[in-house]
Design a protein. Sequence first.
Length: 104
Amino acid sequence: MVKDYKQQLEEHIKALEKGYDNLISILNEDIEIDIETGKIALKDDKIKSYADGILKAAQASDDFLLRIKSKKTELEELENEGKPITKEKDKPKKSQNPLNKNLQ
């Protein structure tokens, strides 16, 4: 069961990453500009729709990043059999102040 779930989780992460890449491709697309006027070549009513779509794509890409991070953490925990993952920021730092050396 664990192996099956691990494989599903890996596939889910890959799908999220692909979705994120697709959203970023959309956000990186250049909008068509009217050469004569130098303005966006969309009608006024379409500009708002386009802007709303870009905003939603940006918000979705942020959501995808959070989900990817969450699923990768879940996968790491599964691979480490539930042992806590020690990160650099979680490790206590030694003080450089000589007055604090007795506190270490």
